[in-house]
Design a protein around this ligand. Structure first.
Ligand SMILES: C[S@@+](CC[C@H](N)C(=O)[O-])C[C@H]1O[C@@H](n2cnc3c(N)ncnc32)[C@H](O)[C@@H]1O
Length: 226
C-alpha cells in the first residue's frame, strides 16, 4: 500500500488495548455520547444504508446500526478492524481499504455516510479525494456528515504540533486542521449543498450529494488531478 507519513500509526497495532487507545484518546463514554448526538443530524432511518468511513473498532458503528438497514464500516487498518469484527451481526459489513482515499467504496450505494476523527489524519490533498469518493459512494440526494478539527480553535495545539512534527518519530498520526474558508473552498468545489457548523473545537459539515464527481476534473494550482 502506498501510504503517507503518519498512516503507519494505524497499521502497527499489537493488541486490542492499543487499538482502542489509538482510536479514542479522550473519555470514551462522554465523547461517544457527544458524537452520537452530532450524528443525529444525519437523521438515520431504519431504511438507510450507512457508511462509517474510518470506523475504527466500531465505537460509533455499533450504536448507529441499531437504527439502520445496513451499515458498512470501512477502515485502512486491518489490525484495527480485526478488533471490530467480533461486533458483526447480520446487517454489518466491514471493508478493508487498500488506499488512503477510499478506493474500493461501492458507487451510489449509501443513503448516509459519516466520518468522525478520521479526515484530520489524512493529508489534505488526499482528503479531498477521499471526500470525492465518499460523495460518489452516496446515492444522489444522500447525505454525508464529516467532522474536521477547527484550526482557529486549536491554533495553539497546531503550532505546538508543527514545532514538534519532525521530532515525533515515525509512529505519530498525521494531524490536519481546517479553517472555515478552506472547508467552504472544498465543498464549493465539490458542488455539494452543505452547511458548516462549529461545535466545540470542531467543524461539522453536513452535505447533500447532488452528482457524481470525477476526480480528474479537478484543477488545483493549474494541475489536473490524476
Ligand atoms: C481516531 S480513529 C477514529 C475511529 C472511529 N471513527 C471512531 O470515531 O471511533 C481514526 C480511524 O481512521 C482510520 N484511518 C486513518 N486514515 C484513514 C484513511 N485514509 N482511510 C480510512 N481510514 C483511515 C484509522 O485506522 C482509525 O481506525
Amino acid at each position: 500500500m502506498d501510504i503517507s507519513e503518519g498512516t503507519e500509526y494505524w497499521l502497527n497495532i499489537n493488541s486490542e488495548a492499543e487499538a482502542k487507545g489509538k482510536v479514542m484518546t479522550g473519555d470514551w463514554e462522554k465523547t461517544t455520547k457527544q458524537h452520537l448526538e452530532i450524528l443525529k443530524k444525519l437523521d438515520i432511518k431504519p431504511t438507510d444504508i450507512v457508511l462509517d468511513y474510518g470506523c475504527g473498532v466500531g465505537r460509533l458503528l455499533v450504536p448507529i446500526r441499531e437504527n439502520c438497514k445496513q451499515i458498512i464500516g470501512a477502515d485502512i487498518s486491518d489490525k484495527i478492524l480485526s478488533y471490530a469484527i467480533k461486533e458483526v451481526d447480520g446487517k454489518t459489513l466491514f471493508l478493508s481499504l487498500k488506499d488512503e482515499t477510499g478506493k474500493g467504496l461501492p458507487l451510489e450505494y449509501f443513503d448516509k455516510a459519516y466520518s468522525i476523527i478520521v479526515l484530520q489524519h489524512i493529508e489534505k490533498h488526499k482528503a479531498i479525494r477521499t471526500l470525492i469518493r465518499i460523495n460518489n459512494s452516496l446515492k444522489i440526494g444522500g447525505w454525508m456528515l464529516i467532522q474536521f478539527p477547527n484550526l482557529n480553535e486549536l491554533r495553539e495545539m497546531y503550532t505546538l504540533y508543527m514545532k514538534n512534527k519532525y521530532s515525533f518519530g515515525s509512529l505519530e498520526p498525521r494531524m490536519e486542521f481546517y479553517t472555515r474558508t478552506e472547508l467552504r473552498y472544498i465543498f464549493d468545489m465539490l458542488k455539494m449543498n452543505y452547511t458548516i457548523e462549529q461545535i466545540g473545537t470542531d467543524y461539522i459539515v453536513t452535505a447533500k450529494k447532488t452528482k457524481n464527481i470525477i476526480p480528474r476534473d479537478f484543477f488545483v494550482g493549474g494541475h489536473t488531478w490524476k
